[in-house]
Design a protein around this ligand. Sequence first.
Ligand code: GTP
Ligand code: SPV
Ligand code: MN
Length: 582
Amino acid sequence: MTTTLDSLQQWVNEVAELTDPAAIHWCDGSDAEYQDLVKQMLADGTLSALNDENYPNCYLHLSDPNDVARVEHLTFVCTSDEDDAGPNNNWMAPAEAHEKVDALFEGAMQGRTMYVIPYCMGPIDSPFSRCGVEISDSPYVVVNMKLMTRMGTAALARIEGEGDFVKGLHSTGDLSPDRRMIMHFPEELSIKSIGSGYGGNALLGKKCHALRIASYQARQEGWLAEHMLIVGIENPEGETHYIACALPSACGKTNLAMLIPPDSHADWKIWTLGDDIAWLHLDDEGQLRAINPESGYFGVVPGTNSKTNKNAFDMIKHDAIYTNVGRTSNNEPWWEDKKVGEPAFDWQGRDYDASNGPAAHPNSRFTVAASNNPSYSSLAEAPEGVPISAIVFGGRRKELAPLVYQSKDWKHGVLVGAGVASETTAANVGEVGVVRRDPMAMKPFCGYNFADYWAHWLSFDERSDKLPKIFHINWFRQDKEGKFLWPGFGENLRVLRWIIERCEGRVDAIETAIGYLPKSGDIDTTQLDISDETMQALTSIDKAQWLEEMDAIGEYLDSYGDRLPAALKAEQQKVVDQLNQA
Ligand code: GTP
Ligand code: SPV
Ligand code: MN
């Protein structure tokens, strides 16, 4: 297989010239190709097979212990003008970046096969989808891209018809962190990533294309590319509302996207559209609609069990790739909080020894096709996307942020999103549990200056009078002993209900300086073992703490200088004034 598209053929030739592979393979995305690559990786030890009886077609991959998460400090946005990348990104001049990274690519594929991977982000027939081609020397990347995207012949046909596509060049290189770089060239619609075989560093359709490059394109073209799950909530009357939620990495998107209603809500249904990325656009009527550009999940494994998320637990029992989990003596995958079985080996393949730390790496992941998900919505294939009733921002905050609140209007909602802060997690290398600003959960993923991004968000207010309502959630409030105040997981449906009732204007709320809070009793706690005092703590605000928070948000916004939209600063000042008056 080759291509009729000259620009693609020419790029493939140039890359082959630079990287000097032993062979070139054009991926067709077929099941046979997937099986062949699995066989080859089982033979060379890249994958090992898991217990075939209980985990059919499941495989384990152990990555280099130096290569287990995103690397924000090695990730760059290379625009011609440094200010276009903004203080939220590492920047390098494009010419210098190309020179540095190309030097690492020289001869990098010697003795390896170079895979040409055409993919489509979004339904093949959707006008909102965008295509790319990843060139990689990793067969592990190919099989992951097959599960995560529409990859192969159909994508190539669309690319050949359209003529343009995002170019993503990837090599695992020598996996040395000193020779690792994840470079984005939004003006050229291209990506060059070397030195990592892990997750978002290597599966270039995901964070590199569908967020960093796409967010840049989305601003030029008038849409939004966001780090959001998309979920449908069907009430007992059979009406479904779709909401899009932005939560930072490892803060509960996958869980919320495939929530299982608790027994108290047995007549409710949840439909998963996506668990990580949403592309949002206004339709002709001014309704915001969303598609999920992905077709699979790359989800956090630890913590997944039949109580926290039975859908996910069942979904990863077949046709799944595990990365960096432990194993039982019975060759089943094992992770912390699995609640069944015992670890015999850890994520580095060593005999399990508690003194070496957890059996599964805290950022260990599963890869599965979305069609494995028992709550998968067939509307994930709808070319026009689904209508969004509410946008929800959130983070992981021990203190301060209430369980849920609603912004006063769109502009204030943009401030709520811009002010998001969250405790860091194992999804990025570096310290865990430190509160940092993560606006719209996009700190690691926005491909341009946040000041321009907020202006773009604000601009939607002039384009439609039917915009979704904006909310903020926090499942992670703790008491003095470090115990979570809110039961979370399936019980989060109770909060989603309040959100939907607010969208429909069916429930009142308490107006405060930071937004609308639920009235006592309006979040249904039937059959829930939670005290009134706890609910009170979860749904009220501390004025002094919030004044401090709003000051910190103001300072953060100011760090964006002249480019910061004045309207956003005015929103922040309004909240400060109202807090002072209260
Ligand atoms: P990325 O894939 O990194 O973007 O993360 P994600 O936002 O999809 O995170 P995920 O749903 O995989 O959740 C990660 C962690 O949060 C797991 O350890 C979960 O057990 C935990 N978690 C999810 N929902 C809740 C909740 O409602 N309450 C509590 N306490 N923990 C939760
Ligand atoms: C995240 O960290 O938000 C992820 C995993 O979804 S990765 O694709 O590796 O960035
Ligand atoms: Mn993510």
